[in-house]
Design a protein around this ligand. Structure first.
Ligand code: DPP
Ligand code: ZN
Length: 852
């Protein structure tokens, strides 16, 4: 397979103003008629062949300016020689035939339970018609759909419709990856929004009949997002209609197609009965994310796919800001850092590490990663911290006014900040070009003096090598620091230190006593802090830090220290940790959501990474056992107050998915989990029976299964929800996720043999096989059964859906952490995958990179 390089970028030789498409829908023989109005691109002087992308298309006819032509067709597209083209502007008409019903890759035009839908990002449009399928070709689209379906949707504004047809017109130029079409027997949950400048916008969430009562939350989230983007970024919606469609078979979460967002039904449909609080929060965030793309992604798009973080990093950053504003900024920040460490740090520390803006790829679908998305968002957060809120706002205004309607680059993005602030961002740009997580070592010095002492922090940054990048330069690192007095008072409020050298010192003068530092407040940079901290100091910060993130971080670090010693030395949990956690658990002045997060122990995978970084070879079984033991010790320490805590957090009255009540439910479940360690499952069984929403019902079930109870409840849950595909995904996932280490692979075998396991549905596949990969001790069981099971299923899925198979293969990326036996077993599975005849470009790129 061919490698694509950033350095090879060239503009497309033709401009394309207007696209007219006609779809004649039929499950196995859809006809697509395309009229493309090309003109020579002044940016590429001379005469050029016309090369269009196209895959799995049957060309019926082609004509240039109305004259039939016979282009050269190959497996990846068609070519019309320059000599066969007019010298000026011309029109190309093509007609192709495609088969949506047999399209199991879920890319291009496909069918999901009788409904037609599309997914074109990144390179799916080439499976619909011959086209310059690249984001820097932006055109206006007019679409006519002919088909016997009651609802026929595309991008833009509706032009007209009648029985069996509809026409749409999108006035905003867009790349083909934002094209969408939906046709089906759908019903709308309608809404309405009036923009700041008075434009009335019709809103709809389109679903299959029966799902209408699960749309209200998504609709509210959409309205909140529209208002927030006006208030905070000054961005208004720009069409008369905004449609969202829920689809059951979808590879990703959702897609920001212009005016017609398509969502995996899992991240838009919700009712209190069927969705957990986590689902509600995720739906709110993803609705916002896709809506925000209308400006950051659609109005300003990416010049090429190497710039993917231009839209994704910025849009993730914006959706994180939004969720923080809707909920608790501190809790949201903690959750985002947990995700960053669990997914991005893990990626950055393994064979798949790549830069936020990579320089080459084989299959672009493999680069929709935590690095592009989450680290891409962190880089923007650092930029904002360095320039300040006001300058950030000025820079964004300039970005929108300067680049509206364009396909932009990271250079354009940084230039806007340089012009708005006068700052030189040359060094900062390393965050985009260099992979890897910097390590930040800290040394302290204290010089007492009668008039006031001086406290000096010296930081050393280490930028470890990653595949293909051995030597790296110093990064610009914003380090937010606050200092506390030994009595717990803050003597220096949060100050952002700007580090730009490999070793750098910062002094704080006139202090009355040696302070306790709170470093990297709010997680001000995506780095690993390396500092030997006595447990007593962590306990002090857990009790006194005024920065909620670092307060949580202190507890987290303490728990990791203790767990690491339990694993490596057979140590016992310390009073510092147990007492600190108990104080926090019962401190009613704190936000329940924050307390629930603080009581959550580091995951097995997190501990494996932590131990590996500290020079140990992590043993999954011992980690699992230590984490269980720490859970029990905490339960015993908390025991006197658990019952009361659980009771005081019970809900009363009407269900609300807002952050306040959700936080109480989270704390209640945390208490219930500890109680279950002590009471044989009594309290959790009662909670399961009395649950009046999915959060409590599913939460109690998961707690029971985690503690080897709950057979009866599992059966009851399964029979109650047999006909609900989204809830049944939870039923599948929890069994695998909570299976004992030695039973995980067998649980997968049992569940995949069921008739309702459908590997073609990505949600169901992820519910079962994905849950195996997150059951750390089960996946890494020393029998190798976990590895073998995953490899078997990836090999089976690959011919049907390479994108999802490749994504899930990243479960193997942590192999270098483990012992020689496990390394050998994983590498053998990767080699077996790689040797499979006819393997997709997607999965072979991933397996190859992981093998190194
Ligand atoms: N662009 C989608 C999103 O991240 C994914 N393809 O919103
Ligand atoms: Zn996105």
């Amino acid at each position: 397979p061919r490698t694509v390089y950033l350095a090879d970028y060239q503009p497309f030789p033709f401009t394309l103003d207007q696209v007219s498409l006609t779809f004649r829908l039929a499950p196995r023989a859809t006809r697509v008629l395309a009229r493309l109005a090309f003109a020579p691109n002044p940016a590429r002087p001379g005469r050029h062949d016309l090369r269009l992308n196209g895959e799995n298309l049957r060309l019926v006819s082609a004509a240039v300016n109305g004259q039939a032509v016979s282009p050269a067709v190959d497996a990846e597209g068609l070519t019309i020689a320059a000599a066969d083209l007019p010298t000026g502007a011309f029109t190309l008409d093509t007609e192709v035939e495609i088969s949506p019903e047999t399209n199991t890759a879920l890319e291009g035009l496909y069918m999901s339970k009788g409904m037609y839908c599309t997914q074109c990002e990144a390179e799916g449009f080439r499976k619909i018609t011959y086209y310059p399928d690249r984001p820097d070709v932006m055109a206006r689209f007019a679409v006519r759909i002919e088909g016997e379906m009651p609802v026929l949707l595309s991008n833009g504004n509706p032009l007209g419709q009648g029985p069996g047809w509809a026409e749409w017109d999108d006035p905003w130029p867009k790349p083909a990856y934002l094209f969408a079409l939906v046709a089906g027997a759908l019903v709308a949950h309608p809404g309405q929004f009036t923009t700041a400048s008075g434009r009335d916008v019709a809103l709809n969430i389109w679903v299959r009949p029966g799902d209408e009562n699960r749309c209200a939350w998504g609709m509210e989230a959409l309205k909140k997002s529209m208002a927030w983007d006006e208030d905070v970024y000054g961005r208004e919606y720009d069409l008369d209609i905004f449609n969202i469609v829920a689809v059951d078979d979808f590879n990703m979460g959702a897609m920001e197609n212009k005016g017609l967002n398509i969502f995996n039904s899992k991240v838009v449909l919700a009712s209190p009965d069927t969705a957990t609080d986590d689902d509600f929060a995720r739906i709110e965030a993803i609705i916002a994310h896709e809506y925000f793309h209308n400006w950051t992604g659609n109005r300003i798009t990416c010049r090429d796919w190497f710039q993917l973080c231009l839209k994704e990093g910025l849009t993730v950053f914006r959706d994180q800001q939004f969720s923080g504003d809707m909920r608790s900024p501190a809790v949201k920040r903690i959750e985002d850092v947990l995700t960053l460490r669990a997914r991005q740090f893990r990626e950055d520390q393994g064979p798949l590490a790549h830069a936020v803006r990579p320089e080459s790829f084989v299959e672009i679908n493999n680069f929709y990663t935590a690095t592009i998305y989450e680290k891409g968002a962190e880089v923007i957060g650092m930029l904002k911290r360095l320039v300040g809120d006001a300058a950030y706002a000025r820079a964004l205004d300039l970005y929108f006014s300067r680049h509206d309607g364009e396909a932009a680059t990271i250079e354009d993005w940084l230039k806007v900040f340089e012009d708005a602030t006068g700052r030189d961002l040359t060094q900062f740009k390393r965050w985009y070009s260099e992979a890897g997580t910097p390590r930040l070592k800290v040394q302290e010095a204290w010089a007492a003096a009668p008039a006031g002492g001086t406290y000096t922090l010296t930081f050393t940054q280490v930028n470890p090598p990653t595949p293909g990048q051995s030597a790296k330069g110093a990064k610009v690192i914003p380090i937010a620091v606050g200092l506390l007095n030994p009595n717990g008072d803050e003597v220096v409020p949060t100050t952002v230190l700007e580090m730009n050298k490999t070793v750098q010192s910062f002094a704080f003068e006139n202090l009355s006593a040696r302070p306790v530092p709170s470093i990297l407040r709010g997680f001000s940079a995506p780095v690993v802090l390396e500092r030997e901290v006595p447990q007593a100091e962590r306990a002090f910060l857990l009790a006194h830090d005024t920065d909620p993130f670092n307060r949580w971080e202190a507890g987290r670090a303490l728990a990791k220290d203790v767990l690491a010693r339990m694993v490596t030395q057979g140590a016992k949990p310390t009073a510092d940790l147990l007492d600190g956690m108990a104080r926090l658990a019962f401190d009613d002045s704190l936000d329940p959501a924050f307390r629930a997060l603080a009581l959550r122990l580091p995951s097995d995978d997190d501990m494996a990474a932590t131990l590996h970084a500290a020079g140990h070879v992590p043993d999954p079984a011992r980690i699992h056992a230590a984490r269980r033991a720490l859970g029990l010790a905490l339960a015993e320490r908390l025991a006197p107050g658990l019952d009361g805590l659980e009771r005081s957090c019970r809900g009363t009255g009407e269900f609300s998915a807002e952050a306040g009540p959700a936080g109480k439910r989270a704390l209640r479940l945390a208490a219930l989990a500890f109680l279950t360690r002590l009471d044989g499952g009594k309290a959790a069984s009662t909670a399961f029976v009395q649950a009046y929403n999915m959060t409590e019902s599913f939460g109690a079930l998961a707690i029971l299964l985690e503690n080897c109870h709950g057979d009866q409840e599992l059966a009851a849950f399964g029979s109650r929800w047999t006909h609900d595909r989204l809830v049944m995904d939870k039923w599948f996932a929890v069994q695998v996720g909570m299976a004992a280490p030695e039973a995980a692979a067998a649980t997968v075998a049992r569940l995949t043999a069921r008739p309702d396991f459908d590997m073609k549905n990505p949600n169901r596949f992820r519910a079962v096989i994905g849950a195996l990969t997150t059951n750390h001790a089960g996946f890494h069981h020393d029998s190798g059964a976990g590895y073998q099971t995953l490899a078997d299923w990836l090999i089976r899925l690959d011919p049907l859906n390479p994108q999802t198979a490749a994504r899930m293969s990243t479960a193997f990326e942590t192999w270098p952490r483990y012992d020689a036996d496990r390394q050998e077993m994983i590498r053998a599975e990767l080699a077996r995958i790689l040797a499979t005849p006819g393997l997709s470009r997607d999965l072979s790129e991933m397996a190859g990179r992981m093998l190194g």
